[in-house]
Design a protein around this ligand. Structure first.
Ligand code: F6P
Length: 342
């Protein structure tokens, strides 16, 4: 049995831990061979492979990024993409493919396996935690930790200068990173895409915070949208899956706050810092377990499935279930944290 592995989409802390888990169990317990495909779906599309054996995965558990490289290549945007992938899998004698990715990368795996009979097993990754069918994706815990530390540090500057500090965090169209890091970091306002925000209400919270002689920290998710307007974007370009490049709402909001309250407001955009560096212990644990269970799916011939976390158990679900809709923040949870606003 020869198994191909690829990592697609934005990089994410824990990708290497999954790869290591897959290869260690696959070689040691099942005697499988592996090939790594480089740069997400570009690898199988172009037949670009790399060696993947036990020496290749040694020492990678705590390393961020991915030893296989990643990209947002969409094979369905390429002429004859599916045929090229099938031919390259046959050429390299690959019997099964483990696809580690988010909504887009796994969406391709769901179609390839459901419509074209390519034997794929999925592993859910994303710092955004927005995939349905799994309680958590690996990478999220690390991103929340990084954002929380940044908020902790920004508190001291906000207090020293009595400024409003706006922190823009990632998360695409969901507010998981914002709500978790905002709560953990003691933010005074948290804005998420699931609930349009009223700038006057934000200014009222900011003002009330100053009245208590403290400086406010506003955490805004990059996908948050003002009540009376459109999504604020710095860059209108689309990626190969047709997604907009989010970011810009933090800068816009700081200007609005300054204009309406007369208080100095500055923005910190955390950006890719949230995806970089070493994974947290939780993400290493989850990613490793996902890897161990993914290779078991291959052994069982259970294709078209994705490994997922339910409570503390790793279960198998159809890949299509994870990509059918986004897992958004429940507004009941958002109401719960509202007690800390202002
Ligand atoms: O999906 C992960 C993520 O980091 C999102 O939070 C963010 O919107 C997007 O990827 C940024 O992608 P890129 O690095 O391709 O600009």
């Amino acid at each position: 049995m020869r198994v191909g592995v690829l990592t697609g989409g934005g990089d994410c802390p824990g990708l290497n831990a999954v790869i290591r888990g897959i290869v260690r169990k696959g070689v040691q317990e099942y005697g499988y061979d592996f090939v790594g495909f480089r740069d997400g779906w570009r690898g199988p599309l172009d037949g670009d492979i790399t060696r993947l054996d036990i020496p290749a995965v040694r020492g990678i558990l705590p390393r961020g990024g991915t030893i296989l490289g990643s990209s947002r290549t969409n094979p369905f945007q390429h002429e004859g993409g599916v045929t090229r992938i099938k031919e390259n899998l046959a050429k390299h004698e690959v019997d099964a493919l483990i696809v580690i990715g988010g909504e887009d990368t796994l969406g391709v795996a769901a179609r390839l396996s459901g419509e074209y009979g390519v034997p794929c097993v999925g592993v859910p990754k994303t710092i955004d935690n927005d995939l349905s069918a799994t309680d958590y994706t690996f990478g999220f815990d690390t991103a929340v930790g990084i954002a929380t530390e940044a908020i902790d540090r920004l508190h001291t500057t906000a207090e020293s200068h009595m400024r409003v500090l706006v922190v823009e965090v990632m998360g695409r169209h969901t507010g998981w990173i914002a709500i978790h890091s905002g709560l953990a970091g003691g933010a005074n306002v948290i804005l998420i895409p699931e609930q349009r925000f009223d700038v006057d209400q934000v200014c009222a919270w900011v003002t009330s915070r100053f009245k208590a002689s403290y400086a406010p920290i506003v955490v805004v998710a990059e996908g948050a949208v003002p009540k009376d307007g459109d999504m604020v974007l710095k860059d209108e370009s689309l990626d190969s899956y047709g997604h907009v490049r989010l970011s810009g709402v933090g800068e816009w909001l700081a200007k609005e706050i300054e204009k309406r309250t007369g208080k100095e407001a500055r923005t910190t955009v955390l950006g890719h810092v949230q995806r970089g560096g070493t994974p947290s212990a939780f993400d290493r644990w989850l990613a490793t377990r996902f890897g161990l269970h993914a290779i078991d799916c291959v052994r069982d011939g259970d294709f078209g499935t994705m490994v997922a976390l339910r409570g503390t158990d790793i279960v198998r679900v159809p890949i299509a279930d994870a990509t059918a809709r986004l897992k958004t923040v429940d507004l009941k949870l958002y109401d719960e944290v509202g007690v800390f606003f202002g």
